[in-house]
Design a protein around this ligand. Structure first.
Ligand code: NDP
Length: 451
């Protein structure tokens, strides 16, 4: 039986690889899901015979376009923009926009595929998509960013809409970029409508959207620990990244009494032996409004230890929060983390653990490991709340949104437990999230017939 399952998975992945040559991040994301779904549907012919998983791995549509803009010297620059509309079985496409030099079709397809399961887990009516461009915002002036966002939206606007596809921010796209993107959309279509989330409060944004992914990741950790009779207070926490997700993950941990020892960026990481405090977080947050502040400068400003060109995974810590980017913990680093006392991992970033690292963690049953599609779903959940508020033409209070966010994360946790509890007590949060996310989308696809 075990051999059959492996063979099925292998055959399935051979097809995926053949249809999507060279797209290694996409292969990785599909493999992580197929590993759990193929055994799950083995005795459910309705899903198997109607090839639901094969259909889910094929994006509904991929749009790719040229983005031409003028830099401050008057030189023309050319970038490539994308939108991957992966699946809209349960609602309009929904997912962020990433501006980073590494952006390519494979990365956006992996993110869009993950997004389908994540959005399903939130319990809200949202399909999955993702977009972006290979544009590097680092070192660009405010005007250059504005011109790029306007050129990008000029191409994208005809493919999105409040009932069609609702983008949001991601790496390199924060509230400033969302403002420029939304402004250009509004100018082009001559309508004010909820077409993008992560907007500022003054023009249709939701309270807590900025904080949601980081806070939600911590709520997920809180739920995992509490399910096992433990809590965050007094525990040593390691965070990677120093962007939107990392900042608010740190802020919530500090508020709950966790000791945040590290933050990082692509230049290195900082170590705060006594734990970071709100003043450190405020310094970073203020930087986000103007020129981005670096970890190196934070360390210098507050006399903390800075380690250039290194990741934080050699530091001893119990609660681990990778919040920077994909594949940032490899197998060797996972082993080091376990040796140094890791008790739980909550993935703030998308797919931050390599397949080797996932395997290393999965072999230790006592380790609690929440995959990104569950742990960082708080961001898109509050985006969903922003869409609801836009439709209702009202704005909920910060306390109300935070409470809804916490309830959503608790529900996601409980669904993972329901579908991922094996051998009596052990909870496999990966398979729990995959199965719970899959079922709803698959059932909707079945209802529509063959398409
Ligand atoms: P930001 O752009 O705000 O911050 C990203 C942070 O990660 C920066 O500190 C950046 O450092 C660091 N980083 C990025 N790439 C690398 C790299 N290759 N190596 C080392 N450090 C790196 O992005 P977000 O915080 O919004 O997103 C972080 C992760 O969370 C991504 O995986 C994203 O998809 C995921 N996510 C975000 C959501 C959101 O609501 N924002 C929602 C759900 C998931 P530097 O500045 O030096 O590049």
């Amino acid at each position: 039986m075990a051999i059959d399952k492996a063979t099925n998975l292998e055959t399935f992945m051979e097809g995926v690889i053949e249809r999507n040559p060279g797209e290694i991040e996409f292969h990785q994301a599909v493999h992580e899901v197929a590993m759990d779904i193929i055994p799950y549907i083995a005795d459910k012919p309705i899903y198997k015979d109607l090839r639901i998983l094969e259909r889910m791995t094929e994006p509904d549509k991929i749009i790719s376009f040229r983005v031409v803009w003028e830099d401050d010297n008057g030189d023309l620059r050319v970038n490539r923009g994308f939108r991957v509309q992966q699946n809209n079985a349960i609602g309009p496409y929904k997912g962020g926009i990433r501006f980073h030099p590494s952006v390519n079709q494979s990365i956006l397809k992996f993110l869009a595929f993950e997004q389908v399961f994540k959005n399903s887990l939130t319990g809200l009516p949202m399909g999955g998509g993702k977009g972006g461009a290979n544009f590097n915002p680092k070192g660009r002036s405010d005007r250059e960013i504005m011109r790029f966002c306007q050129a990008f939206m000029t191409q994208l606007h005809r493919y999105i809409g409040p009932d069609l596809d609702v983008p949001a921010g991601d790496i390199g796209v924060g509230s400033r970029e969302v403002g420029y993107l939304f402004g250009q959309y509004k100018r082009l279509v001559e309508r004010f409508e909820g077409v993008i989330t992560g907007k500022a409060l003054e023009f249709g944004g939701s309270h807590i959207r900025t904080e949601a992914t980081g806070y939600g990741t911590v709520y997920m950790m809180q739920e995992m620990l509490s399910h096992h009779g433990e809590h965050i207070e007094g525990r040593d926490c390691l965070i990677s990244g120093a962007g939107n997700v990392a900042i608010y993950c740190a802020e919530k941990l500090i508020a709950l009494g966790g000791k945040v020892l590290t933050l990082s960026d692509s230049g290195g990481f900082l170590l705060a032996k006594d734990g970071l405090n709100q003043a450190h977080i405020d310094w970073l947050k203020n930087g986000k409004k103007g020129p981005t502040r670096r970890i190196k400068d934070l360390a210098k400003e507050f006399g903390l230890k800075y380690n250039a060109k290194k990741k934080p995974w050699n530091v001893s810590g119990e609660l681990i929060f990778p919040c920077a980017t994909q594949n940032e913990i490899d197998g060797a680093e996972a082993k080091t983390l376990l040796k140094n006392g890791a008790r739980a991992v909550a993935e703030g970033a998308n797919m931050p653990t390599t397949p080797d690292a996932v395997k290393v963690f999965s072999e230790v049953e006592t380790l609690l490991h929440a995959p990104a599609k569950a742990a960082n779903a708080g961001g898109v959940a509050v985006s969903g709340f922003e869409m609801s508020q836009n439709s209702l033409r009202l704005q909920w209070s910060a306390a109300e949104v935070d409470q809804r966010l916490h309830e959503t994360m608790k529900r996601i946790h409980d669904e993972c437990v329901e579908h991922g509890t094996h051998r009596g007590k052990h909870v496999d949060y990966f398979s729990g999230a995959n199965i719970a996310g899959f079922t709803k989308v698959a059932d909707a696809m079945l209802a529509y017939g063959v398409m």
